[in-house]
Design a binder for this molecule. Structure first.
Ligand SMILES: NC(=O)c1ccc[n+]([C@@H]2O[C@H](COP(=O)([O-])OP(=O)(O)OC[C@H]3O[C@@H](n4cnc5c(N)ncnc54)[C@H](O)[C@@H]3O)[C@@H](O)[C@H]2O)c1
Length: 487
């Protein structure tokens, strides 16, 4: 088939490249001419494992082409996919459909014969019908139809997800359009992937329902993690015990800093707006959004409680910035909320991410970006693990601890072995979903209602006067007898 993809971002580029790899002739269009020029040379600006090689292979085979010329791409195409962004609008968080409508209008004007236009972008229920009406208003002379084929790929495993999806949703109101999309996805149906044919409206709403459900599942386990921290239970054991129940399933039951990324935050809010417009209350979704937002906002306070003192003037090393591992996408990453809160409280933030620092640079101010986790943690008062990149899972904590000012770790992804960190390396550790663990020698004393944690190897001189004297705590380590900073 001849396929045009309008919008060559994470979804458009992966979809177009995979369709080309299936043997179709694909032209990917974008308004970003620098991106298109780079892609035409085989340079992929986004980080998605395996994508660059696949783009190069399909450029070389002649199945894939990139252009900014929408008109030439659309002319003669059997199927035209709209894969432009649908971000949250600044005004009320509803989906901003301006890119979709603009692309649809441009497409309508460029049509030269019958065509099937398919929304791959995530759009609110009813949008495909609205798009069709707008397109008809500018091109009444040509036969075309608008269908919905929402995309479920995940950044970080996008190619595998596209090639082996759990299902394909085809929302189409005509037999002809449905048959064309079924023919396109035949390699998948032949491989046993369920192809679900629905109306446009059902397909559009299914995408939002799926994302809202996953966001709710994450939020549920995060709230269980909060409870585990208080009652001394282990959230990973809870998740295992729940997840092995086939009615529940184990995916999205990993406690963490709260969901972020380019989809869940905007899609949950857009779903809520749709429901509100219809007078329907989606209380679960509402609570999910509220719980997740407050979780992300309290991360900085959590760190301050762990330190036992305000973060003002403290050096905090943030390891991992992207909203999840495997992508360079920084959109709505929880690290942004944490870093902004830390900076507002007067902390100095140093950060490291193996892939996300370029995008993070554009979104953050006054952050020192480091070239390695070890450089990032030098002289730090605490480390916060925000993203569970593989390279951050196996850190040398002896080396890290040796250069830190205080050995404090907030593990918001639940990847480190708390026992080892505490007993072998003398760290104070808070792992999401577990009570705080401090090294055995570390003692807590209370002065004027403030709790001060005294790290291992610290000598405390007795005597009332000394307790209120700022010099009462000294490191007994012979190499480093410096006063600890506290009031
Ligand atoms: N990113 C994901 O993991 C994911 C997964 C499933 C669904 N989705 C949905 O897919 C859609 C696209 O998401 P994305 O992450 O790929 O967005 P993106 O921002 O990475 O890419 C969108 C691209 O569209 C281009 N564009 C905008 N207007 C255009 C026009 N008139 N003509 C040509 N190009 C135009 C932009 O320049 C940009 O490159 C969204 O609706 C999103 O919700 C995303």
């Amino acid at each position: 088939m001849k396929i045009a993809i309008i919008g060559t971002g994470y979804v458009g580029l992966v979809s177009g490249t995979c369709f080309a790899a299936w043997g179709h002739h694909v032209v990917c269009v974008d308004i970003d001419s620098a991106r298109i020029e780079a892609l035409s040379r085989g340079e992929v600006a986004i980080f998605e494992p395996g994508l660059t090689n696949l783009v190069i292979a399909n450029l070389e085979s002649g199945h894939l082409r990139f252009t900014t010329d929408l008109e030439s791409a659309v002319r003669g195409a059997d199927i035209i996919f709209l894969a432009v962004g649908t971000p949250a609008s600044n005004h009320d968080g509803d989906a901003d459909l301006s890119y979709v409508f603009k692309a649809a209008r441009q497409t309508a004007l460029a049509l030269s014969g019958p065509a099937l236009i398919v929304t791959k972008s995530t759009v609110p229920v009813g949008t495909s019908e609205r798009l069709e009406a707008v397109m008809r208003s500018v091109r009444a002379d040509i036969e075309f139809e608008v269908a919905s084929n929402p995309e479920f790929l995940r950044e970080g495993s996008a190619i595998a997800d596209f090639d082996k999806p759990d299902r394909v949703l085809i929302g189409c109101n005509s037999d002809r359009g449905r048959a064309l999309l079924c023919a396109l996805y035949q390699p998948l149906s032949d491989a046993g992937v369920p192809i679900i044919a629905t109306t446009c409206r059902s397909a559009e709403l299914t995408k939002y329902a799926a994302n809202a459900f996953l966001a709710t599942k994450i939020t549920f386990i995060n709230e269980m993690a909060d409870l585990c921290e208080k009652v001394g239970a282990n959230v990973d054991e809870i998740a295992l015990g729940m997840g092995l129940d086939k009615r529940i399933g184990d995916a999205f039951l990993k406690a963490g800093p709260g969901y972020g990324g380019s989809c869940f935050p905007k899609d949950t809010v857009a779903l809520l707006r749709t429901a509100q417009e219809c007078g329907v209350s989606l209380r679960l979704v509402e609570e999910t959004i509220a719980s997740n937002t407050s979780r992300k906002r309290t991360l900085a306070r959590r760190l301050s409680a762990l330190l036992g003192e305000p973060v003002q003037s403290k050096k905090i090393a943030v390891l991992g910035l992207t909203f999840k591992a495997g992508t360079d996408d920084m959109r709505n990453a929880p690290s942004l909320t944490l870093i902004n809160a830390l900076q507002s409280a007067g902390a100095q933030v140093h950060a490291f991410d193996p892939r996300g620092m370029k995008n993070a640079h554009a979104l953050l101010r006054d952050v020192t970006f480091s070239s390695s986790p070890y450089e990032c943690a030098e002289d730090a008062d605490a480390i916060v693990l925000m993203t569970d990149w593989q390279c951050l899972r196996n850190l040398d904590f002896k080396r890290l601890g040796a250069t830190m000012n205080r050995r404090v770790l907030l593990d918001l992804r639940g990847v480190y072995d708390v026992d080892t960190l505490v007993t072998r390396y003398g760290f104070t550790v808070e792992r999401v979903g577990y009570p705080v663990r401090r090294p055995p020698e570390e003692r807590a004393i209370r002065i004027n209602r403030r709790v001060i944690y005294i790290p291992p190897g610290t000598e405390v001189r007795n005597g009332t006067r000394n307790l209120f004297d700022t010099s009462f705590v000294r490191k007994s380590n012979a190499n480093d007898r410096k006063e600890l900073d506290h009031d």
